[in-house]
Design a protein around this ligand. Structure first.
Ligand code: GLU
Length: 476
């Protein structure tokens, strides 16, 4: 079988984590099977669909390394094809116009509620006579087109993730609306389930891999495939992603879109790695830290859980720090340089930049941590409380004066590591203080705080930027 899969996002918002995870599973599966991964933009909701969101979706997928074949299908451009499919359904007697008004439908639902029944359309206009129809038309009613759903029918499929699934026709809410605003001379606006079937079939999609929230749609779509005599694809429904409280991950959880994760400083590699683990368990003996481009061979739906996946920030952070720690200084600097520049920071040289990020890298979890940590190298820091306390110690000033005096006597404007070490040793001896006091006072004067990366390396970098003397002299 030729494997053809697709992602069918609606451009009504930015690329959501759940959609990106579905994209990854589709892409991994296509890669494993030597198949094709396609993109279809479901923009039939004209009012809510935006070009901006479409671009965000493309960029997000590209950033994650998910590449698609062929030009993306833009669903709204296929509306004539969709209408033809609806015409076929009407011609074959599978679909009809329903003229029930909003008021009548509300009343119907209210009655059902009062009788303890689940709300559903009661198929009241399934068998209208031509005379009845004419009356409604004369009445100026705005009909919809409904597809007949047989309540007695059991709909089954073998889901690649969830196994054998069975839905009863009676649980699908009655005859389904497949087009709105459809007066007698027009097919109107085709709706979701119909257009998905028409498009998946036209695109020769072999496997529909999408979120578990589409289970009921799958049952409805299978009925459409059958009515239209089309080949039914194989289905796989991926588990939902829940927040730490076990609720569906939503906007309320803060970040949900891929571009937001990117802006926070997550790497594409860690994101793709983490999202693959949202629902998929690695086979025994395989490390959870991997490059998605290298695991398609071992990816399989048997290892995708039926149970929902809980979003775990700690794990994502751990993966992101792993990715950062594995980066060469060159790569890490490439990631940080634009952010430094955005802050208006002048970088003395590429080499200096690489040395700086090499120093900061080991304590970074997010790429953006590198910006916070690099700040005192570029901008004169305020003394924090601990730094202030340190510099209030009587001997601190003496130590700083000694160091400053020594630096002033140097020929070169910057020092190397040997010189820095020596100078600390000499200050300790001359001022008769502990080495710790020298180190802490120096750090406070240079960086405003008592914590940070290796002091000698930091100092050397600052001196290469000719900033160390000025900073020390502030406290003399
Ligand atoms: N546009 C639908 C969504 O974003 C696609 C569902 C499907 O894959 O069929 O949920």
């Amino acid at each position: 079988m030729t494997v053809r899969v697709r992602l069918a996002p609606s451009p009504t918002g930015t690329l959501h984590l759940g959609t990106a995870r579905t994209a990854l599973f589709n892409w991994l599966f296509a890669k494993k099977e030597g198949g094709t991964f396609l993109l279809r933009i479901e923009d039939t909701d004209i009012e809510r669909s935006k070009e901006l969101y479409m671009q965000n979706i493309f960029e997000g997928l590209q950033w994650l390394g998910i590449n698609w074949s062929e030009s993306p299908i833009i669903q709204s451009k296929r509306v004539n094809e969709h209408k033809k499919v609806i015409e076929t359904l009407i011609d074959k007697g599978f679909a009809y116009r329903c003229y029930a008004s909003e008021y009548e439908l509300d009343e119907m639902r209210e009655n059902q509620k009062q009788n303890g029944l689940a709300p559903r359309y009661d198929n009241r206009h399934r068998n209208l006579t031509p005379e009845q129809e004419l009356e409604f038309i004369k009445d100026g009613r705005d009909p919809v087109i409904r597809f007949k759903i047989n309540d007695q029918k059991l709909i089954s499929w073998d889901d690649l993730i969830r196994g054998k699934m069975t839905w009863s026709g009676k649980d699908l809410g009655g005859d389904m609306v497949i087009a709105r605003r459809a007066p007698a001379d027009s097919i109107g606006d085709p709706l979701y389930n119909l257009v998905v079937v028409a498009d998946d079939s036209a695109m020769q999609i072999s496997h529909v891999i999408r979120g578990e929230d589409h289970l009921a749609n799958t049952a409805k779509q299978i009925l459409l495939y059958e009515a239209l005599d089309l080949t039914i694809p194989i289905f796989a429904h991926t588990p939902l992603i829940l927040n730490s409280e076990g609720k569906k991950l939503s906007k309320r959880d803060g970040v949900t879109s891929i571009s937001e994760f990117k802006d926070m400083g997550y790497t594409s590699e860690a994101m793709a790695n983490y999202m693959t683990l949202l629902g998929w368990s690695v086979p025994e003996g395989v490390n959870e830290r991997f490059k998605v481009s290298e695991i398609s061979e071992i990816f399989s739906f048997e290892k995708v859980n039926k149970a929902s996946a809980k979003f775990d920030w700690d794990k994502l952070n751990w993966l992101n720090s792993q990715v950062i720690h594995e980066m060469s200084p060159k790569t890490l600097f490439k990631n940080l340089e634009p952010l430094f520049k955005k802050n208006g920071w002048d970088i003395p040289s590429q080499e200096w930049g690489r040395d700086l990020v090499e120093l900061l890298g080991p304590s970074m979890v997010l790429i953006n941590d590198g910006v916070d940590q690099a700040k005192p190298f570029f901008e004169e820091p305020e003394l924090n409380t601990d730094g202030k306390k340190q510099l209030e110690i009587k001997e601190a000033k003496e130590v700083l004066s000694f160091i400053y005096g020594y630096l002033q006597k140097l020929d070169s404007s910057f020092i190397d590591e040997m010189q820095a070490l020596n100078l600390i040793k000499q200050a300790t001896k001359t001022c008769e203080v502990k080495k710790g006091l020298v180190m802490k006072s120096l750090r406070a004067a240079l960086f405003g705080t008592l914590n940070g990366p290796d002091l000698i390396k930091s100092w050397v970098l600052l001196s290469r930027f000719s900033k160390d003397r000025a900073r020390i002299s502030r406290f003399l």
